[in-house]
Write a protein that binds this ligand. Structure first.
Ligand code: NAP
Length: 253
């Protein structure tokens, strides 16, 4: 079975310069979508778009800081204007701030909430009118299995990811009438720059692997396949839910 419904759809992917977002942009383009690739690193975006075009896909670099309201507005207009519609939003850009809660400043908490949660809401709110005009759309928000856990020194990240899940549920209910499906993807440990320091630390890395029933960390491409499925015709009755992709870690005793 091939995924259908992605050809000639325009997808805006945030955090596309590397890691999971980059893999999502590549896989969506392979499935026929026109991808608008957003992140702050202009050079990496240009290189990604060149790679997608070399493989026969369509891609546009949209450099932006999702924490900046004017950048968010510009990127939505750019995405909607590039090929005349905006059908898919993958809210993937994310950061974390590792710190004991006792030392956490208001600004540090706000910064993580701004990038990981508020930007996702603002982009969804501003993308939705374009989707409604087109008769429907898909939104995939990148959560984390840590959104359901209490993790020492990771309060901002965990809180932001729990907020993403709640936002997904509310938007899914409110926008079902517009044929917009909204879901959360919640990865476990995936080997990317954000997770590399922990995974490559001998002691921490070993401890993480011990907790994963699959006994390995995930690959960015594996998250991309799930995301592409959620954006396809085959997933048209799925909305409001959270999908773990974690080698069984979240359900293991
Ligand atoms: P990553 O390799 O660090 O990539 C993060 C991406 O977000 C980069 O493309 C970065 O691009 C972009 N970004 C960060 N701040 C931004 C900003 N202010 N404006 C625009 N773009 C911004 O991380 P990743 O592992 O691929 O993570 C992607 C998503 O998956 C995140 O939401 C993360 O929380 C989630 N996740 C990851 C894991 C994991 O184990 N890797 C597990 C669970 C959930 P620039 O620096 O170029 O702006």
């Amino acid at each position: 079975m091939e995924l259908t419904g992605l050809a000639d759809k325009t997808a805006l992917v945030t955090g596309a310069s590397r890691g999971i977002g980059r893999a999502i942009a590549v896989v969506l383009a392979q499935a026929g979508a026109r991808v608008v690739c957003c992140a702050r690193s202009q050079e990496q975006l240009q290189e990604l778009c060149a790679q997608i075009r070399a493989q026969g896909g369509q891609a546009l670099a949209a450099p932006a800081d999702v924490a900046q309201p004017q950048d968010r507005r510009r990127v939505i207009e750019q995405a909607a204007g590039a090929w005349g519609s905006l059908d898919i939003l993958v809210n993937n850009a994310g950061i974390h701030a590792e710190k004991p809660a006792l030392e956490l400043s208001d600004q540090e908490l706000s910064r993580v909430m701004e990038v990981n949660f508020f930007s996702m809401f603002a982009l969804a709110r501003d993308a939705a009118p374009h989707m409604i005009k087109a008769g429907g759309g898909r939104i995939v928000n990148m959560g984390s299995f840590w959104g359901q856990k209490g993790v020492s020194r990771q309060l901002p990240y965990c809180v932001s990811k729990t907020a993403v899940e709640a936002m997904t549920r509310c938007l899914a209910v409110e926008w079902a009438r517009y044929n917009i499906q909204v879901n959360t993807v919640a990865p476990g440990h995936i080997l990317t720059e954000i997770s590399k320091p922990a995974l490559e630390d001998e002691k921490i890395g070993k401890d993480i692997l011990r907790r994963i029933p699959a006994r390995r960390v995930g690959e960015a491409e594996e998250v991309a396949y799930l995301t592409a499925f959620l954006c396809s015709d085959q997933a048209r009755y799925l909305t409001g839910h959270l999908y773990y992709i974690d080698g069984g870690q979240a359900i293991a005793w």
